[in-house]
Design a protein around this ligand. Sequence first.
Ligand SMILES: C[S@@+](CC[C@H](N)C(=O)[O-])C[C@H]1O[C@@H](n2cnc3c(N)ncnc32)[C@H](O)[C@@H]1O
Length: 482
Amino acid sequence: MANRPLPASATRALSRYAPLVDDLEAFLAACGRPLPVCGWMNPSRSEKEHRASWEPMAPDGIRYRTLPWRPAGIRLDTVPSMAESIAYRAGLFHIQEEASLLPVAMLAPQKGERILDLCAAPGNKTAEIASAMGGRGTVVANDRAASRLGVLQTTLDRLGLPNVSATALDGRSPLWPSDSFDAVLVDAPCSCDATVRKSPRAAAATSESERQKIATMQLDLLLNALRIVRPGGRVVYATCSFAPEENELVVAGALDHIPGIRVQPRALPGLNHGPGVTHWKGVSLPGSLAHAVRLWPHLSDSGGFFAVLLIKEGPAAATLETPDRLPPSENPQVASVMSFFEELYGLPDGWTDSLRGCIRASKGLDVVRVDHTPNLPFDVISRGLCLARVNGRVPKLTTQGSLFLGSRITHQFVTLDRSQTVRFMKGEAVTPSAAHAVFGYVQVRCHDLPVGVGLYDPSRGILESQYPGSWGGLGRPREACG
Ligand SMILES: C[S@@+](CC[C@H](N)C(=O)[O-])C[C@H]1O[C@@H](n2cnc3c(N)ncnc32)[C@H](O)[C@@H]1O
């Protein structure tokens, strides 16, 4: 990809990092290059779809290589519009900048944990955490800006992750219970100058007073995270800023405030990165901060990022005590929708065993994993996946429900070829190539790949598209900053 000369203002602003980089010229040149497009394959899709997943990407025009340091991480060599990629819309992979994969790699989520993503919107790292946990356990995705959490739900729906609840509280709030999560991610609001490869204007100089304001907010968020995490638990603090004032100095401030916090090294074989900074503008910082990880664009041909893993010392429980798995739902309406779907779609015995359903405002049947237990003293704004709409005469499978149930559906599906699928996704009626269905709502597949729901009328051989208009505009998700 061609170099794009950095604006003089960006070059001036980034030159303040000259004492930290090994080769200023290479650093500035890399900051002017367009960013490679990266992402990750979605392991939450069943074996069958996952095996099939390698096929549908090629007809979409996508060629990719795997990343050496991040399991299932990919770098795309050819990148069509994600809106036109059937594999993307079917949730087989997610697009996320390589540098932004660093914090969750440092956090290393484990199955069965309770994890809080304190500054989550638009939710790329939440999706990574939820996926790394195999779609089980408890992820709480919080952001102060509730309006920015809608994108998160679309991502979780597309990827089929029923183990996330969203909350919209200030991350500094004392309402968060102490010692209540196994791990907390603080992907903090920041000056974003390390996103310069996406947007040269991001590197414009930040004033000292503005940086101070940001750093105060960052320290307050980190201190709260260290209170919220359980003894023995992990906190990853991360930013997409190069500035030591927003990174190592914030962490040093937290280490000063709270005793018993350890900076933990995390090996990332295959990733070329720099160490954390221990001297800046005449100030010496704790030597352990060298265990932090800095991604410099010229070292890894990525964006810039900072991340550090902190351990709250104390008697460590293997995982946090949480109530036992939730009992299966006792709501008769939930049970009746589940058994209606079981029969209509030929679902296998026990398909609901790991799920608990609840009816939301009499309109939707949401499902969460039975081991998903947010246990918060305030309301969540959304939870799990909406499997069905229940405000009509018959329960209607949703698009995300169709993707989530995947190949467990054995009746009541129709098959389209690629060009029919593109028309179906644009909302047009089509005549399926093959149908195993009676009149009603059917799962729609592109060849073997579940892609949505339609209303099928066998007497006319017509499938009416039920593809959500809001999914029609799925583009490449933008990384948020600030
Ligand atoms: C860098 S972005 C997070 C990106 C996100 N983790 C991802 O991977 O998609 C920082 C987020 O912090 C949120 N934020 C800012 N101040 C906050 C606060 N006091 N409490 C919680 N969230 C806050 C912003 O709304 C913004 O969405």
